[in-house]
Write a protein that binds this ligand. Structure first.
Ligand code: TRP
Ligand code: SF4
Length: 376
């Protein structure tokens, strides 16, 4: 567990890995997701991230998702990606959720945070646009999102009603308050945070469909943005009719070296565009929870909770809960050895990547039909 004292802010632009999800929930009042799982089961089959506690927390999910869906009222989803690097399995976790909600009838909005990538990550404009289109949007379509029923947009290519929100929000937020949420602030971060609030809240405006029930599924590191957006919604409730958005929080899958998964460390993750050769060698070198020798492992069993290959099974490769349990059991009992287990994981991953990469090539050809990229 990382020790985060109360003085340490959760920095969505930084590199703190949020391992202590309990701390996050206690400190910021995020509710455990499992408390509402049974109620949710009455209207839909929870996805595997919900069932396995990977989606561990929420705010207002019952009020803004379960209740309206039960009554047949419209729900919108808004989430986003910063196009700062290639699409990897960490991003797929969010993508899978977006697709899942679309199939439940939720109206999907996906933002490509190119303004944030430019200002905070100091990315080149052309590069972020290219990555936004051909990595993020193309992969979402290839994974099964129906682009004809989804809205994609770039932060730098929106309509005036959206930018007006950013300008208006600036009136009712103080720098001290932002520093209390984010830590040290500078103009690039102030603008990025207000822009993200506009992302989260703009779908409530009439120009954008007037959706009052909005769900924002994000990784735990994005919670500061949700807290700000909820406060802003309260302050503009009368003037603009804004309501607090609901959110869910997922754990971030660890990298293959056991540390943070990141596009800037290619060995820490598998990109969905990695060649089979590269993907295979990354997986084969991944950190496991195996023992020093085969004899020891047969005797003591291994430790799947330390194993990044097991993470892959749990997050990505096995949807069937019983199948996953069997791997866990044979791992801890010492029946399963790591070499064999990695080869099984590779068989599943290889099949997925082969099929996905074919779909991706087709998706790239249609991306421009569904989104208007910035012109400069
Ligand atoms: N800040 C997010 C990231 O780093 C991207 C983002 C921008 C976003 N706007 C959003 C995420 C709105 C969720 C909702 O990936
Ligand atoms: Fe990981 Fe499999 Fe080894 Fe268990 S047997 S530690 S799940 S690689």
């Amino acid at each position: 567990m990382v020790e985060l004292s109360n003085k340490v802010k959760l920095d969505p632009w930084g590199h703190i890995s949020v391992k202590d999800y309990g701390w996050l929930m206690r400190t910021f009042g995020i509710k455990p997701f499992n408390e509402i799982l049974d109620k949710f089961r009455e209207i839909a089959k929870p996805n595997r991230y919900m069932r396995r506690g990977i989606i561990f927390g929420h705010r207002d999910f019952d009020k803004r998702v379960i209740n309206p869906l039960t009554k047949g009222e419209p729900v919108a989803l808004l989430t986003g990606f910063m196009p700062s690097g290639k699409f990897h399995f960490g991003h797929k976790l969010t993508a899978d959720q977006i697709i899942y909600y679309q199939r439940l009838g939720v109206k999907i909005h996906v933002v490509i945070a190119d303004a944030e990538a430019y200002a905070v990550r100091k990315m080149d404009r052309e590069k972020t646009i290219e990555i936004g289109l051909y990595e993020y949007i193309a992969n979402l379509i290839a994974l099964g999102l129906d682009p004809s029923r989804a809205v994609f947009y770039f932060q730098t290519n929106q309509k005036p009603a959206y930018y007006r929100l950013i300008q208006m929000f600036s009136r009712k937020v103080s720098l001290a308050e932002m520093e209390a949420i984010y830590g040290n602030m500078e103009p690039s971060k102030v603008i990025s945070a207000l822009t993200q609030a506009a992302d989260i809240l703009h779908v409530q405006l009439d120009d954008y469909g007037g959706y009052k029930n909005v769900i924002v599924p994000v990784g735990a590191d994005q919670d500061p943005h949700l807290r700000l957006a909820r406060d802003i919604a309260d302050r503009f409730h009368n003037e603009l009719g804004l309501e607090r958005p609901a959110s869910t929080y997922h754990m971030l899958q660890r990298g293959l070296d056991g540390n943070k998964m990141s596009s800037s460390k290619p060995e820490s993750t598998i990109f969905l565009t990695d060649s089979l050769e590269v993907a295979r060698s990354k997986l084969m070198r991944a950190l496991t929870g195996g023992r020093a020798t085969v004899e020891e492992q047969k005797k003591l069993g291994a430790e799947p909770w330390k194993c990044t290959v097991y993470d892959f099974y749990m997050f990505q490769l096995i949807d069937d809960d019983k199948g996953l349990q069997e791997i866990y059991d044979s791992c801890v009992s010492g029946k399963l050895l790591c070499g064999h287990c990695k080869r099984n994981a590779w068989d599943l991953l290889e099949k997925f990547l082969e099929e996905h990469q074919k779909k991706l090539e087709k998706a790239k050809d249609v991306v421009l039909k569904y989104v208007d990229p910035p012109k400069f």
